[in-house]
Design a protein around this ligand. Structure first.
Ligand SMILES: Cc1cc2nc3c(=O)[nH]c(=O)nc-3n(C[C@H](O)[C@H](O)[C@H](O)COP(=O)(O)OP(=O)(O)OC[C@H]3O[C@@H](n4cnc5c(N)ncnc54)[C@H](O)[C@@H]3O)c2cc1C
Ligand code: SF4
Ligand code: SF4
Ligand code: SF4
Length: 376
């Protein structure tokens, strides 16, 4: 039987599962709560198709992008989006061309999954960053079917999911627009589920928003809305889930050595936050929530040009974009307590877990210091 990519490098992009001709690969949750490919010995015919599409084995070329700051003119789009609303305008463009948009949304129990949207009024189902790894499911196969029918398709995902999709497709489609984003890394879906269960305290959840925009300041907070009309809001620096994300303790192992860094992308466009634009002479410098747009291909340029009348835009230098956005160029450093944190996740309740590993108590700080010294 075939050996797939090393589990520590596997991004969980699900390209191999989509490509396997015998259905021998299923994506299953591993101990740390991430989806990993599992091969059925009986069904495998050793054809190596899975290895041929794995982006870890054949990682993308470096791109030389055009760099823009951009911000939607429409206030409602801005309010719903994480950043400057470029995604929503691209999605609208695709739907105006009778296409379909595949991106990350929520399913009935607020797990984050890739889904398809065909109507403009459903675009908000996909808007907004979800700071957890989304489940690709059967999306790649459906995308191929739509493309073969000649339909326009826009796919948005992490750089590794985009690389998995392109490798799975194995050929260029003129009717496909691929959009990735600057990626800090994805936390464990198991940690996210535990957080939802414990913070909700059994109340029915009506909405999850990882980036509730704060009026005027440009900052954001974590938010859960409940069916009984009560809400939970927390500053990112105080919320147990976001504290773990920010301290790089809950991410997938592959995110600490990600192949997409330093502009290795298969996407036509790469989106991000233009942090640091306020320190430039850009006309957008005074405005909150400006998106970074990296135009990587001709197709990306044509799509961006088509939405630019709905945007305020400014062409900038790459150095300005990189200055305050280190994840563009390098993977985050692994928190030396990561494995202990993910093991303890099964036995400690969320607030105790967070205080132990990410908190500000003397014991927590000492634990971090010792781990840091040992890791040297
Ligand atoms: C896990 C994660 C880490 C990020 N890290 C950074 C960073 O370090 N630096 C930076 O500049 N930007 C980062 N971003 C991107 C940023 O948060 C915005 O999504 C981006 O600026 C686009 O903003 P927008 O307003 O145009 O679109 P939005 O309205 O925010 O739409 C975002 C699009 O991304 C897709 N998406 C959301 N969550 C996920 C997910 N979990 N998996 C796959 N696709 C998803 C949605 O389907 C949607 O299509 C990250 C996003 C995510 C999800
Ligand atoms: S070698 Fe072929 S049959 Fe076996 S898991 Fe890989 S793709 Fe499937
Ligand atoms: S194709 Fe994706 S999911 Fe499969 S082994 Fe490679 S990185 Fe992992
Ligand atoms: S950091 Fe890299 S490996 Fe991790 S989710 Fe993002 S693109 Fe994938």
């Amino acid at each position: 039987m075939i050996n797939l990519t090393d589990e520590l490098k596997c991004t969980g992009c699900a390209g191999c599962a989509a490509a396997c001709p015998t259905g021998a690969i299923t994506m299953e949750f591993g101990r740390e709560g991430f989806l990993v490919p599992v091969i059925s010995r009986d069904a495998c015919i050793s054809c190596k198709k899975c290895l041929s599409v794995c982006p870890v084995e054949h990682f993308p070329q470096r791109v030389e992008p055009l760099v823009y700051g951009a911000r939607a003119k429409d206030e409602e789009i801005l309010r719903l989006s994480s950043s400057g609303g470029v995604f929503s305008l691209l999605a609208r463009l695709t739907l105006e061309r009778a296409g379909t948009v595949c991106g990350a949304g929520f399913d009935a129990d607020f797990s984050v999954v890739h889904k398809f949207v065909d109507k403009a009024e459903d675009i908000p189902q996909l808007t907004g960053s979800k700071y957890v790894q989304s489940r690709i499911g059967d999306s790649f196969k459906r995308i191929r079917e739509e493309l073969d029918l000649g339909r326009q398709v826009m796919f948005v995902g992490t750089p590794c999911q985009c690389a998995g999709l392109k490798a799975f497709l194995g050929k260029e489609y003129k009717n496909l627009l691929v959009v990735d984003f600057v990626c800090h890394g994805v936390p464990s879906p198991k940690h996210y589920k535990k957080y939802l269960q414990e913070i909700s305290g059994g109340k029915e959840i009506a909405k999850v928003n990882f980036r509730c925009k704060l009026k005027d300041s440009g900052g954001y907070e974590m938010g859960l809305d409940f069916a009984d009309s009560t809400v939970y809001r927390s500053k990112v620096a105080k919320d147990p889930y976001m504290m773990a994300f920010a301290q790089d303790i809950s991410l997938r192992a592959s995110c600490y050595g990600c192949f997409s860094k330093d502009l290795h992308s298969v996407a036509d466009l790469t989106l991000g936050d233009f942090w640091g634009i306020d320190e430039t002479n850009s006309p957008l410098a005074e405005k909150p929530g400006v998106s970074l747009v990296l135009i990587n291909t001709e197709r990306g340029k044509a799509a961006f040009d088509s939405i630019s009348s709905s945007l305020e835009t400014d062409c900038r230098k790459l150095e300005e974009a990189v200055k305050k956005n280190p994840c563009l160029c390098a993977s985050v450093k692994k928190n030396p307590l990561r494995e202990k944190f993910l093991r303890d996740m099964d036995r400690l309740e969320i607030n105790k877990l967070t205080e132990k590993y990410c908190g500000s108590s003397y014991a927590a700080k000492l634990r971090r210091l010792i781990a840091k010294l040992r890791a040297r």
